[in-house]
Design a binder for this molecule. Sequence first.
Ligand code: XMP
Length: 196
Amino acid sequence: MTAGEVSPREESRLETNDVQTLISEIAIRERGKELAQEIGKDYDGQPLTIVGVLTGSLVFLADLTRQLSIPHRIGVLQASSYRGATTVPGSLHVSLDLAPDLEGRHVLLLDDILDTGQTLSTLVEEVKRLGPLSVRTVVLLRKLGRQAVPLEPDYCGFEIPDVFVVGYGLDYNDEFRHLPFLAGLDPEDIARHCRR
Ligand code: XMP
């Protein structure tokens, strides 16, 4: 290894030291149970498909689907707006190639975080074109003071302040998704990380 390179050991230290817990693993699990109960009651006896938005919602989808006691299908679609080492959203790229057949199904569109609202409102319109019986939304997080597009999520896990969040599926430059809790990334740490 040459001077200036970051060793794998230093990389992992960076991951755990530079984040501050925002929402604990236990709090996520408890809130997940409540959401599952609410959703289970609302869709009882209905043909439900939960469609997660790749990649950030994967962990939330995996947990919620197992906490839900009613029969349902799951699927995914792709949307990406944050690319590379930046926290500034780029243009939205949507792909429905992986989406399951939604005709005759009630769709619950599941995303990790509602920020400006652009992603979810675009996806709702796209999914409607696939012929579902209805489309509703569930988000794990909603960032307060950021929304630019009017959309009221039907189910929301937590409202959070305007910080960049990682963990529990959410990433910074494809890192941190594996953390079992939600954490805020300090902008100074982001800048330092970019310089490496
Ligand atoms: P919009 O602005 O369209 O953004 O509501 C929603 C999408 O942007 C990503 N996003 C984040 N990802 N930490 C992340 O890891 C964040 O704090 C954050 N804020 C927005 C996310 O992909 C979400 O689906």
